[in-house]
Design a protein around this ligand. Structure first.
Ligand code: PEP
Ligand code: MG
Length: 811
């Protein structure tokens, strides 16, 4: 009822009649979701045309060609969206007709050609749907509205929502708009523009248009459009109108706008405006510029940057020193660089990355919304046609993925799975390098380097630091990582995993000697050989983190991880250590575990062999004392992993405090250290109040805590997790984004009981969640002192921590 009532209003407002001449009203039916999902849902244009209104439209516009062009477009879109007839049939027919008539582009087709095309299209409809093309415009409208509503549930929209964490239940609106016609004449057209450059953020009007075309021609990337700057030259008065409007829109929305416009000769129409998708570089530059322009506040600037997108700014670029041989150049649609093996469709992209675990570059004629899944898993995207606002470009930028679009120098043969570029033929599986910043396609592998971050990025980070209350530390095991993390703004190490220090030829030998030792004395002798290595590692790390706290976690993995694998290695190691192969086999057998993750690891190792942790603590404290004596500020925090029982922590902490205090006493040092534990066994969260009487700090090891709370093996989860996500059983991967209801409840409980007995206890998180924006928001709400994450995620965490403050102050 609402539709018909409003249609009547629309007829009055436009002076046109729906379904009748002499001035037939045509409408577009399009989706309108709360969050923009470019191209993911369906649209139908020119609805209301039939065999009689097409004639009326021709007479009214005095342009028969235009009327039939609109009709053939309508049949094609309606058949695709409503009747679900493969859109390829129509495309092929269009190409065939163009060939027959010697037409190079669509607009070369004459009115009779278009009439012929309409006839052929209608035959396809009859053949494939069993019914003639519907002539009743009301029927057309009803079915079109339903189809657009239904397109909320199509596969690509589902994938897009999964990728962008958009709620599947919010649904879409459907808009019925009166049509205006970019295909009315050679002086009409349509375009898409951004009020600032969505790639760099520069303050310049950026966009493209096509003459004698309708909207889908631009976004679908079927024809390569002209730059908006050309419009300024060709149509100055029209451009002036557009300029006035875009400036007004940006000022009103106080954000960069992505607008769609159409002009019928001199009349300009705006079809839609929305906040534009942009690269991280553009996001940062625009936010900082808008603060300078007094359009937004610093807090708004910080709130506007998508933390996950920052990755783009921190990710690789082509080594400027690398010698590159550019094979072709396309449009620099989304910056960054990528190296990978060529695949020619999205299914292969998904398949190759999942089963072969290789990096792929998706090469397509043009991408369509169906390709989002493939685009998401690819390192980079290369298309032969389409402009900077084509689907591939817009979606890739949103994903922060390197993309080159409209690279007309490549000729793709999808059947043969090859593309030709100059004299070269590139086959499926061949390696190519893309430079999305310049649009250059390079054959073979090119060296990539980490980017330098500066300017606007640092400004945003500075503002974020002023706002946030959470400290951000890093997970780092080497002085190099520690230094890199400091460069990204880390305020200490939240997790230094010591097991990596047990690898390396010489060290591994001593580790194995320790494992094969028959008694404690022999074990201690082997450990004594390891200690100098450990100590020198700690010297390096403490020095790199001078002035900042460093949490060192004592040995965590099961011992069999250090044993040789395979007959050859076993034989070599046996010979090297001078023990019989048989004994080595027996020992390996004895160390075998059915479920190592729940086996003899973490503090359980130290309950059995206290000397291992004792050696590590000696190395930590000796290194720290030596640096302290040299006036280097060191704040070691010794962390015991996998504690579940208060008695475990009591036993080990007493022993290790004894070791540490003895060294400090012997050296007459003033070193201050802390002793704490990880909370990664659910039981530890439950008894946190008791643990907090012994520990000076807790670090939530949410990787293990998730594993044990959900009962999902960290190593095997990939087998079933995709199904859980796909079927909506789980919304997110709980190992990436903290399960707040379950695991989070344990964290909350532990925080509360720990603080009640030990108000000064320092609380942090060092699981992977420490670098995940939504989990950081949770940590902020829980009142943790810090989050710790891998070096590259430190800026993301700093920004997320600031956004958590902003978001919660709104509440
Ligand atoms: C954890 O379990 O969250 C943790 C940080 O330790 P690891 O990943 O080394 O088990
Ligand atoms: Mg752990």
């Amino acid at each position: 009822e609402q539709i018909w009532a409003n249609l009547t209003k629309l007829e009055k407002a436009t002076g046109k009649t729906f379904g009748k001449g002499p001035r037939p009203l045509l409408v577009s039916v399009r989706s309108g979701a709360k969050f923009s999902m470019p191209g993911m849902m369906d649209t139908i244009l020119n609805l209301g045309l039939n065999d009689s209104t097409v004639e009326a439209l021709a007479a009214q516009s005095k342009n028969e060609r235009f009327a039939y062009d609109s009709y053939r477009r309508f049949i094609q879109m309606y058949s695709d969206v409503v009747l679900e007839i493969d859109h390829d049939h129509f495309e092929k027919m269009l190409s065939a007709l163009k060939k027959e008539r010697g037409a190079r582009i669509d607009t070369d087709l004459k009115v009779d050609d278009l009439k012929e095309l309409v006839k052929r299209y209608k035959e396809v409809v009859k053949r494939d749907s069993g019914k003639a093309f519907p002539q009743d415009p009301r029927e057309q409208l009803k079915l079109a509205v339903n189809a657009v509503f239904n397109s909320w549930q199509n596969e690509r929209a589902n994938k897009y929502r999964n990728l962008n964490k958009i709620d599947h239940n919010i649904g879409t609106a459907v808009n019925v708009q009166s049509m205006v016609f970019g295909n009315l004449s050679e002086t009409s057209g349509t375009g898409v523009a951004f009020t600032r450059d969505p790639g760099s953020g520069k303050k310049l009007f950026f966009g493209e248009y096509l003459l004698n075309a309708q909207g889908e021609d631009v976004v679908a990337g079927i024809r390569t459009p002209s730059a908006i700057a050309d419009l300024k030259k060709a149509r100055p008065s029209l451009y002036k109108k557009l300029e006035t409007i875009y400036k007004k829109l940006e000022k009103h929305y106080r954000d960069m706008q992505d607008i769609e416009f159409t002009f019928e000769n001199e009349d300009l129409y705006l079809l839609q405006t929305r906040n534009g998708k942009r690269t991280a570089l553009a996001a940062v530059n625009i936010a900082v510029d808008m603060v300078k322009e007094k359009l937004i506040s610093k807090r708004e600037a910080v709130a506007r940057i998508e933390p996950a997108q920052l990755d783009q700014l921190l990710h690789p670029m082509i080594d400027p020193k690398a010698k590159v041989d550019v094979a072709a150049k396309g449009l620099p649609a989304s910056p960054g660089a990528a190296v990978g093996q060529v695949v020619f469709n999205s299914e292969d992209a998904e398949e190759w990355t999942q089963t072969k675990g290789v990096d792929v570059i998706l090469v397509r004629q043009e991408t369509s919304p169906e390709d989002v899944g493939g685009m998401a898993v690819s390192k980079g995207i290369l298309t032969a046609t389409g402009g900077m606002t084509s689907h591939a470009a817009v979606v890739a930028r949103g994903m922060g993925k390197c993309c080159i679009a409209g690279c007309s120098a490549i000729t793709i043969d999808e059947e043969a799975r090859t593309f030709k570029v100059g004299p070269h033929t590139v086959k499926e599986g061949d390696i190519v390098t893309l430079n999305g910043t310049t649009g250059e396609v390079i054959l073979g592998k090119t060296a990539l380097v980490e980017p330098v971050v500066a300017g606007a990025f640092n400004q945003i980070m500075k503002w974020a630091d002023e706002i946030r209350t959470l400290t951000v530390r890093t997970n780092a095991d080497t002085p190099q990582d520690a230094e890199a993390a400091r460069g990204f703004g880390a305020q200490g190490i939240g997790l230094c995993r010591t097991e990596h220090m047990f690898f390396g030829e010489e060290r591994l030998r001593s580790v194995r000697e320790m494992i094969f030792a028959d008694d404690e004395a022999a074990r201690r002798a082997a450990l004594a050989k390891l200690k100098p290595y450990q100590k020198s590692d700690f010297l390096g790390i403490f020095e790199a983190m001078a002035g900042l706290p460093v949490t060192v976690r004592l040995l965590d993995p099961p011992l069999h991880e250090f044993l040789p694998k395979g007959a050859e290695e076993v034989a070599r190691v046996a010979a090297d250590l001078g023990i019989p192969e048989k004994k080595l086999h027996e020992k390996t057998e004895a160390l075998h575990e059915f479920n190592p993750m729940l086996g003899h690891r973490g503090c359980r190792l130290a309950v059995t062999y206290p000397e291992i942790y004792e050696m590590q603590v000696e190395a930590i404290v000796e290194a720290a004392c030596e640096l302290a004596a040299r006036k280097v500020k060191v704040y070691p925090e010794i962390m015991i992993p996998l504690v579940g029982m208060t008695t475990e922590l009591e036993l080990l902490a007493n022993d290790l405090r004894g070791v540490a205090d003895r060294i400090i006493r012997e050296r007459r040092s003033k070193l201050v250290y802390m002793m704490g534990t990880m909370i990664e066994v659910p039981r530890a969260a439950v008894v946190a109040g008791d643990l907090a009487q012994i520990a000076q700090f807790f670090s939530f090891g949410t990787n293990d805590l998730t594993q044990m709370t959900l009962g999902f093996s960290r190593d095997d989860v990939a087998k079933f997790l995709p199904h859980y996500i796909q079927k909506g059983v789980l919304k997110d991967d709980p190992f990436a984004t903290l399960d707040q209801q379950g695991v989070g409840a344990l964290v909350q409980m532990a925080v509360k009981s720990a603080r009640s007995v030990n108000p000064k206890i320092k609380l942090g998180i060092c699981g992977e969640h420490g670098g995940d924006p939504r989990s950081i928001e949770f940590c902020h709400r829980m009142g943790l002192n810090y989050v710790s994450c891998s070096p590259f995620r430190v800026p993301i965490a700093r920004l997320s921590a600031a956004q958590a403050v902003i978001e919660n102050s709104k509440k």
